[in-house]
Design a binder for this molecule. Structure first.
Ligand code: S3P
Length: 206
């Protein structure tokens, strides 16, 4: 009698799984959070395709709005200016209908953004260890915070400062060096059995 959601998840076909997760989300978005190199954009993009939802990347939208790269914004306008743009762009993207949204690593540290995500979305923290993060970020030169003498020490400090806040996310998934599709399948199955996702948001329940 009590077939339970987990049994349902193991039996459901991929399209049914996606449909039931989308239905449970209702008007909510999925917001990917985590440090630089955690895989928010690459996994978020594939998760959106898997769930047949639109995808947005907050950093790309900030670059589009500013007409400059993140590196240029940091060097020409400073970090505070970037953070203000980040807060406004994420607010706009979250107003604009359900989607999978990849945010930059600092976005969830902003109290206002965090509250907005909690009210409108289901948040997923892609947690990764320092070696995984450093191996991934070293492939590109697009992170102004890591243009330092000792980028590993910077990353260690970000882990210490941010992980307790990231832990407030609705769901934590360990980001590992496995094919992206494996991560996506793990996320979809976990979402399917996740109680907070299954329960309707308070505003809909009233
Ligand atoms: C930042 C992360 C970056 C980008 C900016 C600042 C951060 O995004 O927003 O360089 O504070 O962690 P990614 O996490 O997508 O690299």
């Amino acid at each position: 009698m009590h077939s339970g959601k987990s049994e349902g998840a193991s039996q459901a076909n991929p399209a049914e799984l996606a449909r039931s997760v989308r239905q449970a989300l209702g008007a909510r978005s999925i917001v990917m959070i985590g440090l630089m190199g955690a895989g928010k954009t690459s996994i978020g993009k594939r998760l959106a395709a898997r769930l047949d939802m639109p995808f947005s990347d907050a950093d790309q939208e900030i670059e589009k709005a500013a007409g400059k790269t993140i590196n240029e914004i940091f060097s020409e306008n400073g970090e505070a200016y970037f953070r203000d743009g980040e807060r406004r762009v994420i607010a706009r993207l979250l107003r604009d209908g359900p989607k999978v949204l990849a945010t930059g690593g600092g976005a969830f540290m902003n109290t206002e953004t965090r509250a907005r995500i909690a009210a409108s979305s289901f948040s997923i923290w892609l947690r990764a260890d320092i070696d995984t993060l450093m191996a991934r970020v070293s492939r590109r030169d697009n992170r102004p915070l890591l243009k330092a003498d000792n980028p590993r020490a910077v990353m260690e400090k970000l882990i210490a400062d941010r992980y307790p806040i990231y832990a407030l996310a609705d769901l934590t998934i360990d980001s590992r060096d496995v094919p992206h599709d494996v991560m996506v399948e793990e996320i979809v199955r976990t979402l399917h059995v996740n109680e907070k996702l299954i329960l309707p948001p308070i505003s809909e329940a009233l």
